[in-house]
Design a protein around this ligand. Structure first.
Ligand SMILES: Cc1cc2nc3c(=O)[nH]c(=O)nc-3n(C[C@H](O)[C@H](O)[C@H](O)COP(=O)(O)OP(=O)(O)OC[C@H]3O[C@@H](n4cnc5c(N)ncnc54)[C@H](O)[C@@H]3O)c2cc1C
Length: 303
């Protein structure tokens, strides 16, 4: 039934899909087994129809953006992995103080940050190198260098568990958390507020943020950014560094020498290598400091 639906929708150009896809080719960790289906809707409406269809048939699905905070299982994914990356429409309305920008969930956050810079709009400088989609960034309340999504988001539109299309201004944001975290809602689009700024100042802030990142993080290596959450002012990377765990490896997964909060896939890592390394680090940090580290990354089970 799913094949028929997908073929029909592909014929009318509303989505593309592939079967038996290696998740390692989709995730920034570069790990994960085979997904039965990877489906990419071309419009917001086709995302809504697809999710409605999958729910009505009891087919397992999850919605992802750039999979830059996601660890897929080595056993793969039985069901449909939905990617929003083709949903890239942005509308921008100017007023004398700045602009209100509405972006579909699949818009690249760095691309939106660059666009804001070109338009002399300030507010998204923090986002220039976070390899997220707008949907993933909103879900996670992504942030860096003193800024985060909570600072700029006005409202968002989503499909709730009953299939209703809703809008909210109340996102319950906290550190790497929003009202969407752990919910079954599908984020459709996000509206943000940016203020007028000086293009050269915005550009130099962006360059500054990129330089800081290049200097302190293993840019260009396969990872999902910081693996553990900061909680109660505790910086996991600092504890991991103090415990002497930089370079610690399990199989092809290693604690980055450059940033102790990152686990990198040095080549040939499996998701189980990464999970085992996470456990080893958690155990060592608990025994040395009595601190429980909680993963920030989203671990997707096979079933
Ligand atoms: C090199 C590197 C550097 C990073 N630096 C930072 C940083 O500085 N700051 C930071 O905060 N993060 C950072 N990250 C982590 C990551 O980029 C962020 O968490 C980002 O917000 C994830 O966006 P995504 O589109 O890739 O989400 P995904 O990984 O695709 O998904 C993350 C979660 O969001 C959900 N989701 C995604 N889209 C939707 C949608 N439309 N509707 C409902 N749920 C959805 C998914 O189901 C999943 O649970 C970094 C990652 C890497 C690889």
């Amino acid at each position: 039934m799913l094949d028929e639906y997908l073929e029909r929708e592909r014929c009318v150009g509303t989505l593309i899909f592939s079967k038996n896809v290696a998740l390692s080719s989709l995730s920034t960790f570069g790990t994960g087994g085979i997904a039965d289906y990877v489906v990419q809707p071309c419009t917001k409406e086709s995302l809504i129809s697809l999710v409605s269809f999958l729910r009505s048939t009891g087919t397992r699905y999850d919605v992802f953006g750039n999979c830059s905070n996601t660890l897929f299982s080595d056993s793969g994914y039985r069901g449909a992995v939905i990617l929003t990356r083709l949903l890239r429409n942005v509308s921008l309305t100017r007023d004398k103080y700045g602009a209100t920008v509405t972006a579909l969930c699949g818009v690249s956050l760095p691309a939106l940050s660059e666009r804001a810079c070109r338009e002399s709009l300030s507010g998204l400088e923090f986002a220039c190198s976070i390899p997220a989609t707008v949907g993933g960034a909103l879900y996670m309340n992504a942030g860096a260098y003193g800024g985060c999504m909570a600072d700029v988001v006005l409202s968002s539109q989503y499909m709730n568990a009953d299939g209703m299309i809703m809008t909210t201004r109340d996102h319950l944001f906290s550190y790497r958390h929003s009202c969407y975290s752990g919910s079954n809602d599908v984020i459709l689009e996000c509206t943000i507020r940016l203020s007028n700024g000086d293009r050269d100042t915005i550009k130099s802030k962006i360059l500054d943020n990129k330089e800081k990142r290049n200097a302190s993080q293993p840019v260009g290596q396969k990872s999902a950014g910081s693996v553990f959450k900061r909680t109660d002012g505790i910086i996991p990377a600092k504890l991991i560094d103090e415990a002497g765990l930089k370079g610690l490896s399990v199989g092809g997964a290693s604690v980055s020498e450059k940033h102790a909060g990152f686990i990198i896939n040095k080549g040939g890592a499996s998701s189980s290598d990464i999970l085992s390394l996470i456990s080893v680090v958690q155990d060592r940090i608990y025994s040395e400091f009595g601190v429980i580290l909680t993963p920030e990354i989203k671990i997707v089970p096979e079933h």
